[in-house]
Structures are given as C-alpha cells and as structure tokens.
Design a protein around this ligand. Structure first.
Ligand SMILES: Cc1cc2nc3c(=O)[nH]c(=O)nc-3n(C[C@H](O)[C@H](O)[C@H](O)COP(=O)(O)O)c2cc1C
Length: 444
C-alpha cells in the first residue's frame, strides 16, 4: 500500500482564511459566485443547469423520502460547544487506509457529470487538487481515468468500480486503476440495477443511453473488444435482414430525438465527431454498456475474489446494515462507506447517518468506516465524525460548485465545508480530528 504526503494548507485557520477570502472582496461589493448557504447553492446551480442535468444530479429514487431522511437524521443531533479551551490552532489532518489526508473529506464518485460541464471530471479533479482533497473517480466518468489522474497532479485519488457482468472487464478496470496510481479500490454495492428514478423517468432521460458517462468503458481495451465482437455479430444479422448497418444517421433521422442522441453519442465517443456520426461503433458501445455495466448477481463470492485481483485497499460502498459491515470486515475488506447513494437507489431507505451509528456500534472503534449521503456542511461533517465516521464523502454539492464556476467552484465548495469544520472545531474546543468525539453531541 502506498502512502502519500498531502501538502497542507496553513493549519492555523482554514476557516479564518476562507472568511477573509470572502469578506475582503465583499468590502468592495463583490459577493461569492458559489454561495456558502446550501439551499442557495442548490437553487443557483439549478438555474444554470438543463432540466435533464438537474433531474439526474438532484433527483432521487421514488418519492425522495430517502433524501429527506438523510437530512432529517442530521437534524436529530446537536453539538454542545465547550468554552474557555483556548483552541487557537486546529489540525484537520487524518490518515485513512494509509493515505494522509489534509482533512477527513473526499469527493464522492459522481457519474455523468458531463451533463453539467464539458470535461467535468478533469475540472472536478483540478478543484479537488486545488483544495488538497482526494477524489474518488466514478466508473461512470466522462473522461478516462488516466486523464483524470493526470489532472489530480499528485493529489491522491481512489477508483470506484461497478462490477460488470464481464469478469475480464472487471480485471481490466482494476489493472488500469492500479497503473494510473489509485490508492484504493471502491466497489459500489448498491447499484446492481438503477433505482426507480422518477425525475429521470419522467423526462425519459438516461444519460448513458446518449453515451454520457461511459468514458471508462470506451477507453477500455476489453470493453472495445466486446463492442467489436458485437458489431461483427450485428453486421451479420443486419445483412441477413437486408438492413445497412453503416447508415446510423439515416436510421436516427427516422426516430424523434434520434439525431440529438446520435450527436451526443458521436461527441462523447473516442475519435472525431464526423467519423463517429457515420460509424455504427458509438451506438454499439452504448448498447454493449447497457448490457454489461452492472451485475445484479453480485454476491459475497465476488468480493472474496478481490484479494487475489488487486493489491489496493478494498473499500465497499453502500453498506447500510450492521451485519453487512461485520461480514465485510470478516471477509478482509479494508473499509466500508456507509451510504444510500444519496437516496438514489431505494426509496424509504434508512438514513445514512442513522446507519452509521449502528454500523460503528457493531464493528467497534477500529475498522475504517466512511460515510456519505446528506453531508452538506462543515457542521454536518463534524456530527458524522463525532458519530464515528473516519471521513466523509461529499457528493452533490461539489457538482453544484462545478455548475457555477468550474474547477474554481468545486474548490470553493470544498473550502467552504472545511472552513466551517475548522471554525466549528475552534469554537467547540476540538484541536484535532481525534478530539471530535461523541460526548460533544446530544440528541435533539
Ligand atoms: C449525479 C450523481 C451520480 C452518482 N454517480 C455515482 C457513481 O458513479 N458511483 C457511485 O458509487 N456513486 C455515485 N453517486 C453517489 C455518490 O457517490 C454519493 O454516494 C452520493 O452523492 C451521496 O449523497 P449526497 O450527494 O446527497 O450527499 C452519484 C451521485 C449523484 C448525485
């Protein structure tokens, strides 16, 4: 396992530094492009995003009850600040799975962020790097992981995997993540199928069907081998039916919305747009992806094979039941992420923060437990850490920052969250992450 020395921002006051960076221009009438208030951040981001993008990023499963539960769970905890503790300096550093972090925060994997901005993953990586925070690259990324790794410029990153039905593709992606320098492999368990996402359904919008968010696949040699095999078989079938498979544009014109989809596929597929427009390959890539991208048959037996398949620390994301957490550690995984995928998978699911409390109690103080789903602020981060998280993943908010101001917007969102964490620690009397303990909270 490799370790990495993260460059530290000046420890004495991430919060004060952030306030200064906002109040000084404020004295000249300049207000922040990226609001610090989360409700305003969301509504401003919505105003610059397309309907399809907003549905995909902000939307959840079913009625949205899990998303509301995620937030309500935070509201059930209150911080009890201590006084006269002379906490003049705070140290936000911590170590997770051998990676030294500037703060207990990573950016969550978010697929199809290209709906929000071109080269989204690269800009998110630049923003993460600027703030010294690791990024967990999504398997549904919009740039190949190798390019995103370069954009991280030395700041640590992890790779998130969706377990394909093609085992050779699983190995290929793990090998690429290792070669690119990922410091951990995050296997997401909760999306063996897409949840019932009403906002997307009502727009009939699935980004992947337009080629958005499949760049890890179209840059993969094993995946492209499958696409070529499909094309070979498809061409034979089409010829026998008297259809010309080399005329995708003609076929697309025949369908309402077909040209837009074909254009989108041709833009996102490797190679030139003009050539792609005439080629059946982009469409075959989408169809191959839809067939194999995730495995509803995923089981503990698959997880047991990972030790032989990678030397990276293995993290299981999407654990909610304490028995699953216990079993994961018994099976030798290195960490779990308690998460309900931001309420995007199972409607009326347990809130992630409530699950965190149960999981931490079940596994004891030592195993590495991360958490996401509903974290919106430095105060939220403080509460999750006090309830036993070793670190949290920040999901939607960083995408809203991206929508508003590109890489700088991502960095601003991170700096706002960590600025508030730092001030909360200083005001409450926690000089280090280890000082953020359960006795600083009460139930509301
Ligand atoms: C638009 C979007 C795309 C996502 N894509 C992925 C993904 O590709 N892989 C994954 O493991 N989780 C994915 N997630 C889940 C996030 O990693 C994280 O668990 C979630 O955003 C946490 O909820 P929150 O953003 O409400 O805090 C996605 C979440 C969103 C909002």
């Amino acid at each position: 396992m490799s370790t990495h020395q993260t460059p530290l921002p000046s420890a004495a006051g991430r919060g004060r530094a952030r306030q200064d960076a906002i109040y000084r221009p404020g004295a000249l009438g300049v207000t922040p492009t990226v609001p610090t208030d989360m409700a305003r951040l969301e509504s401003r981001a919505q105003s610059v995003m397309s309907r399809r993008a907003w549905a995909y990023i902000a939307g959840g499963a079913g009625s949205g009850a899990t998303m509301r539960a995620n937030r309500a769970a935070f509201d059930r905890w209150q911080v009890v600040p201590r006084m006269l503790h002379a906490t003049t300096e705070r140290d936000l550093r911590t170590t997770v799975l051998g990676t030294e972090l500037a703060a207990p925060l990573l950016l969550a994997p978010v697929g199809a962020a290209g709906l929000v901005a071109q080269d989204a993953d690269l800009h998110i990586a630049e923003g993460a790097h600027a703030s010294g925070i690791p990024y967990v690259f999504s398997c549904q990324g919009c740039s190949p992981m190798e390019a995103t790794a370069r954009a991280m410029a030395g700041t640590p990153f992890w790779y998130q995997l969706y377990w394909s039905t093609d085992e050779q593709l699983v190995d290929s992606m793990i090998g690429r993540a290792e070669a690119a320098g990922a410091q951990a492999l995050v296997v997401t368990l909760d999306t063996t199928m897409l949840g019932w996402r009403t906002q997307d359904l009502d727009l009939g919008s699935l980004p992947f069907a337009r080629g958005e968010g499949i760049a890890q696949y179209t840059s993969d040699p094993r995946f492209m081998q499958l696409v070529r095999e499909r094309l070979g078989a498809g061409a034979r079938a089409a010829q026998s039916l008297g259809i010309d498979p080399r005329r995708p544009l003609r076929a697309a014109r025949a369908a309402k919305g077909g040209v837009g989809t074909l254009l989108s596929m041709s833009r996102t597929h490797p190679g030139g747009v003009r050539d792609n427009l005439r080629s059946p390959e982009p469409r075959a890539a989408v169809e191959t992806f839809l067939d194999i991208y995730s495995n509803p048959g995923l089981s503990w037996e698959h997880i047991a094979t990972l030790r032989e398949r990678t030397s990276l620390p293995v993290v299981l994301k999407g654990v909610l039941h304490e028995d699953d957490a216990r079993r994961a550690f018994d099976a030798g995984v290195d960490a779990v992420v308690v998460s309900n995928h931001g309420g995007r998978q199972v409607d009326r699911s347990i809130a992630a923060l409530d699950a965190l409390v149960r999981v931490r109690q079940a596994v004891g103080p030592d195993p590495t437990v991360l958490m996401d789903s509903g974290v919106r602020s430095g105060a939220d981060l403080f509460v999750a850490l006090a309830l036993g998280a070793d670190a949290c993943l920040l999901g939607r908010p960083h995408v809203y920052g991206l929508a508003l101001d590109g890489a700088a917007g991502v960095s601003a969102v991170i700096d706002n969250v960590l600025g508030e964490l730092d001030l909360t620690m200083g005001l409450v009397g926690a000089a280090s992450i280890a000082d953020i303990t359960r006795d600083l909270l009460v139930q509301a």
